[in-house]
Design a protein around this ligand. Structure first.
Ligand SMILES: [Zn+2]
Length: 105
């Protein structure tokens, strides 16, 4: 990703298109304080919020703890790049012997 674009501000609608997320999702991030608008214009329901591209990118992009690959989150709860990695993580957590070598070997 071009980091020089990270300070570019986007409206809610533009950000939704650029990052491929639902406007409602973006709004909910603002409501819970995960995403802070760079500026707000107007008041009340019709106000327009602008966001820094980099702020949204930081929320959207994550590194998979299993394969260390970068991926784009579909939701903020998503921690792994794929179902496979999520299953691998669950398996190693439930069964420590899967990663630890057996004694005597
Ligand atoms: Zn992964």
């Amino acid at each position: 990703m071009n980091t020089t674009c990270d300070k570019v501000t986007l409206t809610l609608a533009e950000a939704a298109i650029v990052f491929g997320v639902n406007i409602r999702t973006l709004r909910s991030w603002v409501e819970v304080g995960r995403l802070v608008p760079a500026s707000r214009a107007g008041r009340g329901r019709g106000h327009r919020m602008h966001f820094r591209r980099g702020d949204i990118a930081a929320l959207m992009l994550a590194a998979c703890p299993v394969c260390a690959g970068g991926f784009k989150r579909a939701t903020l709860k998503q921690r792994f790049c794929s179902t496979l990695c999520r299953q691998r993580f669950a398996r190693t957590k439930l069964d420590p012997s899967a990663t630890a070598p057996e004694p005597g070997k």
